[in-house]
Ligand binder design. Structure first.
Ligand SMILES: [Fe+2]
Ligand SMILES: [Fe+2]
Length: 284
């Protein structure tokens, strides 16, 4: 797998996933899944991993006679033995284990704390990238979905950076190496994100009715500037933890603003609408 095989798990995980308590009801777990479009929920107590519940585990218990999902706790449906690994675990190793044991998800833990989740869908995304999946044929609405999903992951990473930065500013010394690591991870993720937008969003906007090539291309220039800003921050990574924490919080804030503005200006549903001809050719 080469480069990707050594890529750490945290580069592809969903950071800070939704979790559910073992005492919570099946109905609540079901709602969490439906609301967030997910099929796996790590089960945690005070952030510490206790198990996992999948959509089909819920369905299995819900359908048993005499079970009331509103009062039956998640502990009745969860699996206590979960495949869990550290964020720096190499992707190749993790995917190998998932394949060998037919696991459909791995929970990423720092000590015992749930920090992420990687499912087979994430593995498919890595594979698609590796195989150079033809993104040129994506319909505008698919482009939009892909970018919005990437934004959600990016926002979760920013939350994580904020939390660690706050701890550093509160004088928590052990958090300092973590902050530097998160900064590097954020950079890796951001670069991949900007690349994805240049590859699929800019062309979709060029084709969008009444949007204009020039305006679409201006997005590339913005991305170059964003990357340059981040590189300057990373270049100063070795300095004191407190100034770094302050700078990262500031950076996280401006990235959040960028994302919000981008979603307003470039990702409006009516802008990236599929026309009938395109939809038909996709279905063919
Ligand atoms: Fe962007
Ligand atoms: Fe973006």
């Amino acid at each position: 797998m080469g480069r990707h095989g050594r890529m750490p798990l945290e580069a592809v995980m969903t950071a800070l996933p939704r979790v559910v308590a073992p005492t919570e009801s099946l109905a609540n777990a079901r709602k969490l899944m439906d609301d967030n479009g997910i099929r796996h929920l790590p089960v945690a107590v005070d952030g510490r991993l206790r198990g996992m519940v999948r959509e089909h585990d819920l369905a299995f218990v819900e359908n048993r006679p005499g079970v009331d999902p509103a009062t039956t706790p998640v502990s009745e449906a969860m699996t206590a033995n979960v495949y869990a690994v550290a964020p720096d675990c190499p992707l190749g190793e993790v995917f190998g284990t998932m394949a060998d044991h037919r696991y459909d998800a791995v929970v990423v833990v720092d000590e015992d704390d749930v920090v992420g989740i990687v499912t087979t869908v994430d593995a498919m995304n890595v594979l698609a990238q590796l195989l150079g999946a033809n993104t040129a044929n994506l319909a505008p609405s698919q482009v939009r979905e892909r970018i919005l999903a990437d934004h959600r992951r990016l926002l979760a990473l920013l939350d994580q950076i904020d939390a660690v930065a706050r701890r550093v500013l509160d004088g928590d010394e052990p958090a300092e190496p973590r902050l530097r690591q998160w900064a590097k991870d954020l950079y890796g993720f951001l670069r991949a994100h900007l690349h994805l937008e240049n590859e699929i969003l800019v062309p979709a906007l060029v084709n969008a009715r009444g949007f204009g090539r020039e305006r679409a291309e201006s997005l590339r220039q913005e991305h170059r500037e964003q990357e340059a800003v981040f590189e300057r921050v990373l270049g100063r990574l070795a300095r004191g933890a407190a100034p770094l924490a302050t700078e990262l919080k500031e950076l996280a804030r401006s990235l959040r603003d960028d994302i919000a503005r981008e979603e307003r200006e470039f990702l409006a549903p009516d802008l990236l609408e599929d026309d009938v001809i395109h939809a038909n050719s996709i279905g063919a």
